[in-house]
Ligand binder design. Structure first.
Ligand code: GDP
Length: 439
């Protein structure tokens, strides 16, 4: 996700920090790099233009933070302006009837399932229904998803129009005192008048609290034009960008808010039911600048392991007092977090080089087996692992001594990385973050 921008931004801002003196020429060079990066990432031209103007105006008017070096201050200005074009703050979802609109194949149905799952986990009473009368298969798909998530799907007799279904679904949702009705609408391959007319009628009939436009992030500029058409016809209240996991460029993510004035509310980051995240502009800006997404990582970690255990582990990491038992715990909850690439992408400084890293899940399993073959004492104090212990561990785990050596070496490396991470986290709150951890 957004790798292209992260790579380019990191490189260019690193150069800025490396230059001995921040002259006007240096600033211009950096802004030129950023402009090229944004255009290459398919960000809307007007958005790029106004973004750069704001950064340049602020930098030239020396609206610089006193506590920062000139270079860091420019980085911080870029961070703030980037956050602004992404929408400044996370936008919540209003309770009520949520209408989903968008073209076919963008991930609309999948997203409704994901959102139902997320809202249910937050203890809301959620129900779903579909008005896509032309495509019974799409209705069935949503029905199956709702069964998987464990929320009711409202279905009605055949032959009703889309508007009738919408009305009946809302009546039932009200009668049952639900918090959310997630209503799917017909998707077409292209925008057409008939579809727009139907959507307008549904909007009129159900008075939704939200009209969310689902867009495929990988489609870039083209999707922006379609979104504009939907917005003009319906007045969208939010956008959900799907397939962000496959989107290296980020053109749509950076353009939508500024170009349409509609906030991005969620992003889809994979095909699984839990692969939907609220959209946090500041975290995405940090990610683009190569600062990693520490906040998201911390939250994910807290979700997967009990809070007090997370605390203990965090303290250990910060104090550098980290043994093989901790490594085992980390391996296990990283496994629960989902694909490793995603987790690594959230760590500071790693995102830019991420695509060069190949992660080997098999090796992970081996590592787990090796640590499990150690005694408690060995795990807590790896220094005592001599040759005969290594041989025993290798036998016990069905591996070789060189595998055991590899794990021990990786442990040392991880310990070293943890110290580095400690350095990065120790920088404290955002205003001082632009001291790049990977420098
Ligand atoms: P619809 O026609 O708009 O309802 O689209 P679907 O919900 O059927 O989704 C189309 C395809 O996109 C399916 O294969 C989904 O699994 C996939 N998809 C949806 N959201 C995401 C996402 O966030 N990431 C990835 N990688 N695939 C997604």
């Amino acid at each position: 996700m957004l790798e292209l921008l992260t790579e380019k931004f990191s490189k260019s801002l690193l150069r800025l920090r490396d230059s001995r003196k921040v002259t006007e020429k240096v600033v211009n060079d950096v802004l030129r790099d950023i402009r090229a990066a944004l255009l290459e990432a398919d960000v809307d031209y007007q958005v790029v233009k106004s973004f750069l103007k704001r950064v340049r105006d602020r930098v030239l008017s020396e609206d610089l933070k006193k506590s920062l070096s000139p270079a860091d201050s420019i980085v911080f200005t870029v961070y703030e302006e980037l956050t602004k074009i992404l929408g400044q703050q996370k936008e919540d979802l209003k309770k009520g009837v949520v209408l989903f609109v968008g073209l076919q194949g963008t991930g609309k149905t999948t997203t409704i399932g994901k959102l139902a799952h997320m809202l249910k986990a937050q203890n809301y009473n959620v129900t779903v229904s579909s008005t896509d009368v032309r495509r019974p298969a799409a209705m069935l798909q949503l029905q199956r998803l709702s069964e998987k998530v464990g929320v009711p799907y409202y279905s009605f007799e055949e032959g009703l129009s889309a508007v009738d279904i919408a009305k009946k679904a809302v009546e039932r949702y009200k009668k049952e005192g639900m918090d959310f009705l997630l209503l799917d609408t017909a998707g077409r391959l292209h925008v057409d008048e008939e579809l727009m007319e139907e959507l307008k009628q549904i909007k009129e009939a159900v008075k939704p609290s939200e009209i969310l436009y689902v867009a495929d992030a990988m489609q870039g500029q083209e999707a922006l034009n379609v979104a504009r058409t939907f917005h003009e016809a319906l007045g969208l209240t939010g956008v959900i960008l799907t397939k962000m996991d496959g989107d290296a460029r980020g053109g749509l993510a950076l353009s939508v808010r500024e170009a349409l004035g509609v906030p991005i509310k969620f992003i889809g980051v994979g095909e699984k039911i839990e692969d939907l995240e609220p959209f946090y502009p500041d975290r995405i800006a940090q990610r683009i600048l190569g600062l990693g997404d520490i906040q998201s990582l911390v939250e994910k970690v807290q979700q997967t392991i009990p809070e007090d255990e997370a605390q203990v582990l965090a303290t250990k990491v910060l104090e550098g007092d980290f043994n093989l038992e901790d490594m085992l715990r980390i391996i296990r909850f990283i496994k629960n977090l989902g694909p490793l690439e995603k987790v690594l992408g959230m760590l500071p400084g790693i995102s830019a080089q991420l695509k060069h890293i190949k992660i080997d899940e098999e090796k992970f399993k081996k590592t787990e087996a090796i640590i499990l073959s150690m005694t408690k004492e060995e795990r807590r104090n790896p220094k005592i692992i001599n040759m005969s212990r290594k041989q025993r561990i290798a036998r016990g785990s069905g591996t070789t001594v060189s595998d055991v050596n590899r794990v021990l070496k990786e442990y040392e490396e991880m310990k070293r990385q943890m110290k580095k991470l400690k350095g990065a986290l120790g920088l404290g709150t955002m205003p001082r973050l632009p001291r790049f951890p990977f420098k």
